[in-house]
Design a protein around this ligand. Structure first.
Ligand SMILES: CC(C)(COP(=O)(O)OP(=O)(O)OC[C@H]1O[C@@H](n2cnc3c(N)ncnc32)[C@H](O)[C@@H]1OP(=O)(O)O)[C@@H](O)C(=O)NCCC(=O)NCCS
Length: 175
């Protein structure tokens, strides 16, 4: 997830999804989750730039709005506090980008965003969610562990400075 070049991620696109969007809004601990709109971009980019060494650009987020397989969910209370971008490819949800404003971290917003992705993946009949995370990203690895993800592989030297990407997966059960 969030490789140095977005094209690496985008090139993995193999199939589209069909079907209507899931319900547009939900609440969790005073946080409202809604789909990204163009009006949200300045706030999203401000978080993106302080969260990643190689932030996504405005045009990259705008491309996501035009992709049928993509959905970006933003979390807000009074202000926009975080977001998650996911794709659904065949029966797999790929989480491409998650970030929370530094001042709002450790308040459960990241967990709420990932839980919403899991809820949507289950509702759409996905078998699993997958993502990549830097080996050294302690916060993100803790978040994903707490949300049921387990390590299933490694991409050696995937990120800048030769840092490994860990491939994490959360397998969904359908009753
Ligand atoms: C990773 C990130 C999204 C987590 O968001 P968050 O809103 O702070 O996460 P939450 O408050 O929901 O935390 C959920 C759990 O994740 C783990 N966690 C979160 N931050 C952690 C940290 N700094 N150290 C260790 N564990 C952490 C904890 O288990 C936590 O539960 P707890 O608070 O009850 O202990 C946030 O730190 C961030 O935006 N980081 C920069 C961008 C980034 O690295 N994105 C992920 C790319 S793969």
């Amino acid at each position: 997830m969030h490789a140095e070049s977005g094209s690496e991620i985008r090139s993995r696109c193999a199939a589209d999804q069909s079907g209507a969007a899931t319900p547009p809004a939900s609440t969790c601990r005073g946080i409202v989750l809604t789909p990204l709109t163009a009006a949200d971009l300045p706030a999203v980019l401000a978080i993106e730039r302080v969260s990643f060494p190689s932030p996504w650009s405005a045009s990259m987020f705008l491309q996501e709005l035009d992709l049928a397989l993509s959905r970006v969910v933003v979390a807000r209370s009074d202000a926009l506090l975080g977001y998650l971008c996911r794709w659904i490819v065949a029966d797999e949800m790929q989480v491409l980008n998650v970030a929370v404003a530094p001042a709002a971290r450790r308040r459960g917003i990241g967990a709420a965003l990932v839980a919403e992705a899991r809820r949507e993946a289950r509702a759409r009949g996905c078998a699993s969610l997958t993502l990549e995370v830097r080996r050294g990203n302690v916060a993100a690895r803790g978040l994903y562990r707490s949300q049921g993800f387990a390590e299933v592989g490694v991409r050696p030297g995937y990120y800048a400075r030769d840092e490994d990407a860990l491939i994490l997966r959360c397998v969904l059960t359908h009753d």
